[in-house]
Write a protein that binds this ligand. Structure first.
Ligand SMILES: [Zn+2]
Length: 213
């Protein structure tokens, strides 16, 4: 048996890529949280494969079943996160539906508030026939239909939030990380008048400039 196919999980700062190679040729890449889930799912069910911590090896026949498993995993997550259901309800135009589905899937599957640049990078890597204007159109449709919200920080960074209801955030400037802020912490910040940038009705973003962790 020739294990000529190699699946490798590559992590660089906040970005994750799962790469499938046949010998030296790249066959397919997956990005973001979905890439991590494919890898951990495959590790769990394919214990018998030759493996190390970040790479798995496959024969041609095993690759065919891997693609079936990935399709099933995608459909399962899509159903759990109500991606198709919400897009159908909002009546998205057919042409943009595929783009909107990809973006909403990436934003909802991600446990953190996704940075604009990371999502754009994933989008362009996986759709090399599209450009940034299609990305912007998809995002505007999702925001316009209240399926996500976009948060802009005081240094101009943009983040996407799967929770479209107004709520407060804390922004860690050094780490370029945005997290939800409980009402208890909001009250504390309002009390001590920390740098506070109100964004109309979407909620406040409290910026923390210092390195604290
Ligand atoms: Zn949030």
């Amino acid at each position: 048996m020739n294990n000529n196919y190699k699946l490798t999980l590559i992590k660089k700062s906040n970005q994750t890529c799962l790469q499938l190679r046949y010998k030296t040729q790249v066959v397919r890449n997956w990005y973001g949280r979905f890439a991590e889930l494919i890898f951990s799912n495959t590790l769990n069910i394919k214990q018998a494969y030759t493996q190390n911590q970040h790479s798995l090896y496959f024969t041609k026949y095993q690759i065919q079943s891997l693609f079936t498993e990935i399709t099933c995993l995608y459909q399962f997550i899509n159903y759990q996160l109500k991606i198709d259901k919400d897009l159908v309800l909002e009546n998205f135009p057919n042409k943009t539906c595929h783009v909107a589905e990809y973006l909403l899937f990436q934003i909802r599957i991600n446990p953190i508030h996704m940075a604009h640049d990371d999502l754009l990078f994933y989008f362009l890597e996986e759709h090399n026939h599209y450009d940034i204007s299609i990305f912007d159109k998809g995002i505007n449709l999702l925001v316009g239909n209240n399926l996500i919200q976009m948060i802009i920080t005081d240094d101009g960074e943009q983040f996407f939030d799967k929770n479209s209801k107004p709520h407060d955030h804390i922004y860690f400037k050094e780490h370029k990380t945005l997290v939800d802020c409980s009402s208890e912490i909001s009250n504390m910040f309002s009390g001590i008048k920390l740098v506070n940038q109100p964004i109309q009705k979407l909620g406040n973003v409290y910026t923390i400039n210092n390195e604290i962790f």
